[in-house]
Design a protein around this ligand. Sequence first.
Ligand code: SF4
Length: 354
Amino acid sequence: MEKRFDPWSSNIQNYESAFDEFGLSKFNDNLKLNHYFFERNIIIAHRDFDKVYKKIKEKKPFVQMTGIATSGKLHLGHKIDIDLFVFFSKFKNSKNYFALSDIDAYCSREKIKSMEEAKKYAVNNLAHILALGVPLKAIYAQSKKEPRYYEFIFEISKKITKNMFEAVYGHLDLGKIEASLLQYADILHPQLKEYEGKMPSLTGIGLDQDSHARMTRDLARKFNLELSSFIYFLHQSGLRQGSKMSSSMPETAIYLDDSQQEIKKKIQHAFTGGLTSAEEQRKKGGNPDICKVHEILKFHNPDTKFVKEIYERCRKGNILCGECKQICSDFVSDMLKKHQEKVKKFIPITNKFY
Ligand code: SF4
C-alpha cells in the first residue's frame, strides 16, 4: 500500500523522515523570501516553489490559491495560513484565489449537519479573513461559483479511478471524495483559459495535506496545466501537551474572537517548558522548544529580535514562566483586540455575502 498522510486526521511528528519518504524539497536560503515564516523555519518544505520564486523575481504573473473549510470558528492556527496568503497577495503580479470551502466543510466534516450551517460559519470566517488583510475580490464561496468551475469538477472526476483514490487516501468515503474533487478544482481552475490561463501556481498547506498535493499535481499533468507548486508550513500545536490546535478541542485553541479574559485564562493554563520550582528554573533554565507560550510568540509575533530574546532568557533561566505568560498574554490580547475592532467593520459586507 502507498505511504500517505491522512489529510483529515494526521498528526505529523517526524518531519525529517517525511522529506525523504515523500520527496519534498527543503528550503535553500536562496529561495527564502522576506517574511519571518521563512526566517524561523515555519515554512519547512516545498514542491517546485522555485517556479513561483522565479515569477516573483521577474515580476511576472503567478496564481496563488488557498482555502478554508468553513466548519467552525477560526483560531490562531488558521491565522498562519491566512497570513501567508496575505503576504503573497502583496506581490504585484499574484493572481489571488481564496476559497471559502462551504461545500467541502459540509461534505467532509461530520459535525456540520447542513449547508446552512457551513454557510453560517463562512460568513463568520469571512469577516476575520478580510480583517486579516485578504482582498475581498480574491474570495469566493464554493457554493457560489460559476458553472465552469462545476463543469471542471466533473472533468476531474473522469480522470480519477476508484483505485487511484484508494491508493492515495486509503478509503472511499463519499463525502471526502466530493471534498477532494472540490479541492483539486479550487487549486487548478485558475489555470483554465476562462480564468488566468496556464501558469505556475502556489498553495500553502500543512504536511498532512500532502496527499491532496500529489493528486493535484497528477491531475495537472492530465489536463496539461502547470504542475502546482506547494509550500508546507508547520501547524501550530495545541495549548495542551501534544496535538495540533483544533476547532474540535476548544481548550487547545485561542480563537480569533476570544475575549481578553479567555485569552488570559488559556495562556495561563498552557503547557510550558518550565521546571517544577522557580529556583531550579533560574539555575537550569527552561525549554522554549517544547513550550506552547513560546510557540505562540514564534508563530505570531513579527518582532524576531524580541522572540529570540525571550528564547535566550528562558534558556538561561533569566525569565520565569509567570512573567513570560503575562508577556505573551498581553501580546495576544493586544493583537486580537485590534483584529476584533477590524472585524466589526466588515460585518455589513459579510452579512450580504450569500
Ligand atoms: Fe516557556 Fe517562557 Fe516558561 Fe520559557 S519561561 S518555558 S518560554 S513560558
